[in-house]
Write a protein that binds this ligand. Structure first.
Ligand code: S3P
Length: 261
């Protein structure tokens, strides 16, 4: 029994050392982010993360705990991204834009890179109502759906660092745009009508387009909403021909520039 307590005490000493080193390491993470902000070099550097993992593997050689230690380091890196995001964005990021402009894909990309919470408004509505969006529109009408959207935005007041992927029509109500402006930064994603058409043409869950799946209809509706989108946007990013990683990097750079103004 005494031996057990002795070993536990020794383990406690290891924990103290690990904590001390983690605190120092996290301080370096903060220094790096300040440096990146100041010099304007890209925040997301996948090649650097890969280099770091390779170096770790080399250091570990054929250590008997290689798998477990690499697993711990994955968490360390994840948490470094969290620290990075906290220092970069102490507000919600609302992604708005026409259907198929890439809001969900970009929100997922930002979530992965920044370890911020991701909220998918449409998904949340579908889950809560236990019905698809097409079913909600058919059974209760568009106004009902719009009320659900507005209520979710009110609920989101509690959050301070989330990436919110909004439904394409969210900008059509003043109360929604006022809310987004007050509780975060608004990023508008745009794409040409042809690009949108190609992205959404096989989707059956966009009731507004279901019977009008043409480039012309998309362009017409886009033009009707254009001014509303532009009025609420803090930052506008065109997504045509760009990868999700490129779009995420552009959003981060543009938001940092805006915050530094
Ligand atoms: C809508 C966009 C959809 C969804 C609903 C209505 C719109 O969201 O909220 O079908 O009015 O533009 P996505 O933009 O995510 O497709």
């Amino acid at each position: 029994m005494e031996r057990l307590e002795e070993i536990r005490a020794k383990m406690g000493e290891c924990d103290d050392k690990i904590i001390d080193q983690l605190v120092i390491r996290m301080g370096y993470v903060q220094e790096i982010i300040e440096y990146k902000k100041k010099t304007g070099i890209p925040i997301i550097q996948p090649e650097q993360e890969k280099k770091q993992t390779d170096a770790l593997k080399k250091k570990l050689g054929d250590n008997e705990f290689e798998e477990e230690i690499l697993n711990i380091f994955e968490y360390i890196v994840k948490n470094s991204r969290k620290i990075q995001a906290k220092s970069l964005f102490d507000y919600n990021i609302f992604l708005v834009g026409f259907m198929g402009s890439g809001k969900s894909a970009v929100a997922a990309g930002l979530k992965e890179k920044l370890e911020m919470e991701q909220v998918e408004m449409d998904e949340l509505i579908v889950k809560r109502q236990g019905m698809s969006i097409t079913e909600i529109f058919a059974e209760y009408g568009e106004d009902y759906f719009r009320n659900l959207e507005s209520n979710i935005l009110i609920e989101l007041q509690k959050k301070s660092q989330a990436i919110v992927s909004c439904g394409g029509g969210i900008v059509m109500r003043d109360e929604n745009t006022d809310h987004m402006k007050k509780h975060g930064r608004v990023v508008l994603l745009t794409a040409k009508p042809e690009t949108i058409y190609n992205r959404v043409k096989d989707s059956k869950d966009r009731p507004i387009l279901n019977d009008h799946m043409t480039v012309e209809f998309i362009e017409e509706l886009m033009n009707k909403r254009k001014a509303r989108y532009e009025a609420v946007a803090d930052v506008t990013i065109s997504t045509d021909g760009k990868s999700v990683v490129e779009i995420c990097e552009e959003i981060i750079t543009r938001l940092i520039a805006l915050d530094n103004m």
